[in-house]
Design a protein around this ligand. Structure first.
Ligand SMILES: CC(=O)N[C@H]1[C@@H](OP(=O)(O)OP(=O)(O)OC[C@H]2O[C@@H](n3ccc(=O)[nH]c3=O)[C@H](O)[C@@H]2O)O[C@H](CO)[C@@H](O)[C@@H]1O
Ligand SMILES: C=C(OP(=O)(O)O)C(=O)O
Length: 442
């Protein structure tokens, strides 16, 4: 089957889709299983590429992974964790951000970790300097080798006092996953506190960890001797939920996102309402979620800035910008998390959008990327009629944006590289069909 979707645009998306466990929690919870001395069970695991990648990595390290009795249940048995062959691990080079998070758990279990070069979306430099600085403080020795990092802890790992220069999600997770079994107390300041991190803390707590989340981004972890397994139902994927909401708005549609949870999406919901989208929260335990729709009439332009939690999430930015091409007036979006997350706007302009990108910090506070030559602010003038085009998907969220633009556009678009979307969206083709989209494999 070709990696290509032919999309006939112009039909408002209408119907229901369901989101399951969050990509950005599941993969970390899978890594945490290596810390346990008994099996763990995760529920509601979506069939996405990132889960397959982490499953493969765990299996190469001797974790037995099996599907449970219920749909989306996955069981992890870490009884025989072992050193993986470097050649086999290298198959995963460039596949995702997750391998570096295996470092702490593998050091605790084996005293050694080989970490292949990382992948993930190409939206900036994405260095791992905070991870490595923290690991060295914990007592690890880090050596660069061909294709990755060779990391060992000849004298074990001990608690640290560490301040992040920026509240990095990955570095906070790295420190949590390492500190829980390190000797003594770790105090992390300027930590990230995204809902997925709090959910990871819940997972670790179920395993027996002692973690205190204080005010002002301070997390205190008391190392314990051993951890057990866990049973966990993850938070729903708030990025996927916002993506379908944006698709509903951009196409003039009405989409019920089953499983979406208001508490995790408050900032998105405020923006959605301020630009003229409507939503309704149904918090019934079964079949509940959030219904998002375009009420007709004009959408309003907005000024927004992406930020760490509780700010407007960077991963919501690309799908929402497509909806902003349909709003009346000038919207300004200042991307403060990644320096190169507007590459996808060139394709939207080719489809008739009017988006200019700027190197200045527009519409908000100066950020790390100002005056450094990065086009990280966008001005979107709307509304503009979108027309079909031939599109090549560059990364996960940009890919979903391209897809939304093709669905909103007049005519038939050809979208290449759609398999990239599987990395974070489960069954997206079936969901599109359920929403009445007209799209088929080319
Ligand atoms: C798998 C996963 O969960 N991915 C999410 C995670 O990515 P990820 O964990 O990679 O993102 P981070 O929060 O670490 O990155 C945020 C910023 O910190 C910088 N940084 C990070 C680490 C470091 O050692 N040095 C450094 O400078 C990055 O370049 C970036 O500018 O959080 C991001 C921010 O919410 C989301 O967009 C990603 O979807
Ligand atoms: C940037 C993202 O993911 P990753 O960190 O896995 O590249 C994303 O999910 O939008």
């Amino acid at each position: 089957m070709q990696d290509l979707l032919v999309v006939h645009g112009g039909t408002p998306l209408q119907g229901s889709v369901r989101v399951r466990g969050a990509k950005n929690l599941i993969s970390k919870a899978m890594v945490a299983t290596v810390l346990g001395n008994s099996p763990s069970t995760l529920h509601d695991v979506p069939r996405i590429r990132d889960v397959e990648i982490v499953r493969g990595l765990l299996e190469l390290h001797g974790v037995r992974v099996s599907d449970g009795a219920t749909h989306g249940e996955m069981i992890f048995d870490p009884a025989n964790v072992e050193r993986a062959h470097v050649d086999e691990i290298n198959v995963h080079a460039g596949s995702s951000r997750i391998p570096i998070l295996l470092t702490g758990p593998l050091l605790h279990r084996l005293g050694h970790a080989f970490i292949p070069d990382l992948g993930g979306c190409n939206i900036g430099g994405r260095p791992i300097d905070f991870h490595l600085a923290a690991l060295r403080e914990f007592g690890a020795q880090v050596d660069k080798t061909a294709g990755g990092l060779d990391i060992s802890a000849p004298n074990g790992l001990h608690g640290i006092k560490f301040a992040l220069d920026y509240p990095s999600v990955g570095a906070t997770e790295q420190i949590l996953l390492t500190a829980v079994l390190a000797k003594g107390v770790t105090e992390l300041s300027n930590a990230a506190v995204e809902p997925e991190i709090i959910d990871l803390i819940c997972v670790l707590q179920k395993m027996g960890a002692i973690i205190k989340v204080h005010a002002n981004r301070v997390i205190e972890i008391h190392g314990v001797e051993t951890l057990g397994g866990y049973v966990h139902r993850p938070i729903p994927d708030r990025i996927e939920a916002a993506s379908w909401a944006s698709a509903a708005l951009a196409t003039g549609g009405d989409v019920m996102v089953e499983g979406a949870r208001q508490a995790d999406m408050m900032t998105f919901l405020n923006t959605f309402r301020s630009i003229g989208g409507m939503y309704e929260v149904d918090d019934s335990p079964v079949g509940g979620g959030i219904r998002f729709w375009h009420p007709g009439g004009d959408l309003r332009a907005t000024v927004l800035e992406t930020d760490v939690h509780p700010g407007f999430m960077t991963d919501w930015q690309q799908p929402l910008v497509v909806a902003l091409t349909q709003a009346s007036g000038m919207s300004i979006v200042h991307e403060t998390v990644y320096e190169k997350r507007f590459g996808y706007t060139a394709a939207l302009n080719q489809m008739g959008a009017n988006i200019q990108v700027y190197q200045e910090c527009l519409g908000g506070t100066p950020c790390r990327w100002g005056r450094r030559g990065f086009a990280h602010s966008a001005v979107i003038a709307g509304p503009t009629k979108l027309i079909a085009a031939e599109l090549v998907i560059p990364d996960l969220r940009a890919g979903f944006s391209h897809l939304i633009a093709a669905l909103a556009a007049a005519g038939t678009s050809t979208v290449h590289g759609v398999d990239l979307i599987n990395r974070g969206y489960e069954d997206f083709e079936a969901k599109l069909a359920a929403l009445g989209a007209r799209a088929e494999r080319g």
